[in-house]
Design a protein around this ligand. Structure first.
Ligand SMILES: Cc1cc2nc3c(=O)[nH]c(=O)nc-3n(C[C@H](O)[C@H](O)[C@H](O)COP(=O)(O)O)c2cc1C
Length: 205
């Protein structure tokens, strides 16, 4: 191969890299803009390859010191989902008609920042679900209670046989959306929450 051919080849490769960088950045930003909490689902089952991809994404989540304190319980059984829906008087009922729930638990003895680690994994699950064309919603468990004041965590631990060293952070409900939600509008974002260099109080003029 001549030097001029090599030059053309590397120019093409550079152009390709730039294009794909732009394409992927755009894709990710669009994903963030259009992700909304979806609480109504079609009765359709989520395909195994999609569930597998969501779980692989979860396992690639960043975690402090790579301690990976999280574990994920995949629930698709309708009876179990209905029981999970009763974990709280409000805010968890959507699980009853959700085709898939991923219960996020963490071994609290493995990390002092398990809440952060497990929350990041939960967010990654939601984003991967959205990228796969699914809707999702976070259902809080930690620090929440059943209708008779039992801890929601304890209630879920019993239903799913979760050992006591694991805390239950949340359940991510996932399914094909049966409702539509508007994407975020950039001009309406709360930009006053952003400060540069030092914290600055908003000046009212
Ligand atoms: C830590 C956390 C806990 C949440 N808990 C619940 C919940 O228990 N039930 C629920 O329906 N939605 C829950 N959500 C979803 C929020 O209500 C939702 O993200 C918020 O209203 C903004 O809507 P959006 O996700 O469509 O932007 C939770 C979200 C987070 C981040």
């Amino acid at each position: 191969m001549q030097t001029s051919d090599l030059l053309v080849l590397s120019l093409f490769s550079l152009l390709f890299d730039l294009c794909s960088l732009f394409y992927y950045n755009m894709q990710f930003y669009e994903l963030l803009k259009t992700r909304r909490s979806i609480r109504k689902y079609q009765p359709k089952k989520v395909e195994k390859d999609i569930v597998d991809k969501i779980l692989s994404a979860a396992l690639m989540s960043p975690a402090s010191k790579r301690s990976n304190p999280w574990e994920f319980i995949v629930v698709q059984d309708k009876v179990l989902m209905k029981k999970l829906a009763e974990s709280r008087p409000h805010g968890s009922q959507l699980l009853a008609e959700s085709p898939l729930g991923i219960v996020i638990v963490a071994d609290t003895t493995k990390s002092d920042v398990w809440i952060e680690d497990a929350s990041i994994a939960a967010t990654i699950i939601q984003l991967q679900a959205h990228e796969s064309g699914l809707g999702s919603c976070w259902v809080q468990v930690r620090e929440r209670f059943t209708h008779n004041q039992k801890s929601a965590e304890e209630y879920i631990r019993e239903i799913l046989n979760i050992p006591t060293k694991y805390a239950v952070l949340c359940i991510i409900s996932i399914g094909y959306a049966a409702e539509t939600k508007l994407p975020f509008e950039e001009e309406k974002l709360e930009t006053t929450k952003i400060h540069f260099e030092k914290y600055q109080k908003l000046k009212i003029v």
